[in-house]
Design a protein around this ligand. Structure first.
Ligand SMILES: [Zn+2]
Length: 237
């Protein structure tokens, strides 16, 4: 693992889905945390355009950062749908910084939103593992359980009152509906992402579409055909 100076306010650590970047010191809202760095690829050059990996960060229609290099610690930052940081793209300087959009406490994982295109391409098909999405799934599961046990109670009550009316035996009335356990996780079906969705050229407000999976996504995306994943947003391919 790359060595990180102890002066830095972050460290690499275990996250839900693999590795991630975690705050080791309080980070104030608005602070530039780290630069997303790597060789600059020019999509007009054949050789550059042929580069395929999951750490490509699109600056604009032409330029993309290849963030797969080891020294790019920012590549460890995972995606979150409700993140505490954002990617701040300076198209003129062709730089990307990850900036805190909330106060971040020591121990908290640092996340930013990889953007809609990336989400659709890589995360949605396998189910996003970020906190917000996990919570949403948990809520849906709880609701499904509640709905099922509610329905079970209702039918038990109906049987009971029916039994009472018809003067049925006590044992009939005390019969209980078994609560059914529940509900598979939603949205985790491993449908392969469709290729050839139109790539975006030009970026919406600092959110490069190509951005690379952090480790969480990398782990999740591994089962898919390696190497042939669509290179997002580079040049309209
Ligand atoms: Zn999510």
């Amino acid at each position: 693992m790359p060595v990180i100076s102890s002066r830095k306010p972050y460290r690499i650590g275990r996250s839900r889905t693999g590795l991630g970047l975690f705050a080791t010191k309080p980070i104030k809202k608005g602070t530039k945390i780290i630069r997303y760095s790597g060789p600059m690829l020019d999509c007009r050059k054949k050789k550059d355009d042929a580069v395929e990996n999951k750490y490509l960060f699109q600056i604009n229609g032409r330029w993309t950062i290849d963030g797969s290099v080891r020294k790019n610690i920012a590549r460890y930052i995972n995606h979150a749908c409700k993140p505490n940081a954002e990617s701040d793209v300076n198209t003129r300087k062709r730089t990307v910084h990850i900036r805190a959009i909330k106060d971040i406490q020591p121990g908290e994982e640092i996340n930013y939103d990889y953007g809609t295109e990336y989400f659709k391409e890589y995360l949605k098909p396998i189910g996003c593992k970020c906190d917000a999405c996990e919570k949403k799934r948990e809520k849906l599961r709880a609701e499904a359980r509640a709905a099922k046990s509610g329905a079970a109670k209702k039918s038990a009550a109906a049987r009971k009152s029916g039994a009472a009316k018809s003067g049925a035996t006590k044992s009939g009335a005390t019969r209980r509906a078994k609560a059914v356990t529940a509900a598979r996780a939603r949205g985790t079906k491993a449908a392969p992402a469709t290729r050839g969705t139109k790539a975006v050229t030009g970026t919406a407000k600092g959110r490069a579409k190509t951005r690379a999976a952090g480790n969480g996504t990398r782990a999740a995306a591994n089962p898919r055909k390696a190497g042939k994943t669509a290179k997002r947003g580079r040049n309209g391919l």
